[in-house]
Write a protein that binds this ligand. Sequence first.
Ligand code: ATP
Ligand code: MG
Length: 477
Amino acid sequence: MASASVIPSATKVLVVDDEPGLRQMLGILLRRHGYDVIAVAGYVAAREAIEQAPQPFPLVLTDLAMPDGSGLDVLADAKRRAPATEVIVITAHSTVENAVEAVRAGAYDFVRKPFETSELVTLVGKALEKHEIVREIRRLRAQIAALPEVVGRSPAMRAVMDLVARIAPTRTTVLITGESGTGKERIARAIHESSERRAAPFLVVNCGALPEALMESELFGHEKGAFTGASSRHLGLFREADGGTLLLDEVGELPLALQVKLLRVLQERRVRPVGATQEVPVDVRVLAATNRDVAAAVAAGTLRQDLYYRLNVIQIELPPLRERRDDIPALAERFMRRFAEEMGKDVVGFTPDAARALASHDYPGNVRQLENTVERAVALAGARAIGLGDLPPEVAGSVGEASASLLELPADGCDLDAVLHEVERRLLVAALDRSGGVRTAAARLLGVSFRSLRYRLGKHSLAEVVDEDASDDPPSA
Ligand SMILES: Nc1ncnc2c1ncn2[C@@H]1O[C@H](COP(=O)(O)OP(=O)(O)OP(=O)(O)O)[C@@H](O)[C@H]1O
Ligand SMILES: [Mg+2]
């Protein structure tokens, strides 16, 4: 091939018209404006071009009445291949009705023959602008849909999510570290879901789960008859995850011989199935997770240093939950709603002392332990609010342990709004507690009006934990 095109990856436009003169004119006009034009003479050729283009056309310009088919069919084919493709219909006077129908069926607009070239060029520009906006909105929607899955507004989790957003579009390997239950797999999934790979599989393999021989075929696949018992061909996780993401969990437990093979796969982007003579290309983004001290594993010789460097291009460290307590209320709330729905129970909140106990516990099992605690509590709850008695003793006993530290500035700073929010919540909870849930009394204890208290309770989703029977609303003002 000759030198690269002057306009890097110019926008492709498909022009469909049976009139050679018009086809040529459109080609010249649009190329002059920097588009990469493919011009075809009829419906059948258009269908072929639409189906076979490596990427869907952003824009199709089609005549309506052609000897071998209709522009309406071109429109339908283009939209079937990619709904984001925009279609502009060119119509003669006699087919204006069909053009209106085309717009109803999803065409961007139509132009009547004869047309001003400037009018057409403007329309093409606008249609492509819409195409871009639609694609951008889709991309953002998908990102938004994926991201709220990770709950956490603490400074530490915000920093993690910022990093996730920045690295998601790349194919960098990422090493995710953190104690058991801190959400490593959840973050790996968030990376996959916010990347262009989201439509392809996200697979997880526990590297310590299988003996070496089985592990190799699990990862890289095997040919039929590769070893005794290999009665059929096995694709292997790398090829199953092709186009997607593979999370290597507890990567430090991979047998050393396989670590060498894994490193090769990461570098060459090709796998050799057990018993195969040929390597097969794979396109997989690899993420690794571990709750061990990886540097120590390297020092001890159980994790190869070269593999460690290859995996650890970016490291995401998830702090234990006890070091980001700001996240506890939102996590507990999220889990409570989910389990209440799953179990079909009318549980809507936590009593103040239960909320306080949850926020004060140390959680050696981190987010997973909180999740299990809330699941159990929802199952046990006999009222609309989860009470202290619904929590396991080790959590219920945490009330009042750690609360003073809110007024100290942590070494890595804090999120002032989140801290003030938490201070307000705790004082509200304490006042409700002391007043036995009587809101007028709680308002008095806090020196605020009843309205103000009610507003604040709503803000903290505490309104529901107030016992409505003890209702004390003053006669409405
Ligand atoms: N930030 C979060 N938001 C919502 N759910 C979370 C979050 N972090 C963790 N979870 C939930 O907590 C549980 C444990 O998380 P995950 O499995 O990702 O932890 P892990 O670090 O991979 O644990 P392990 O080291 O034991 O493999 C999961 O059910 C997960 O959905
Ligand atoms: Mg895990």
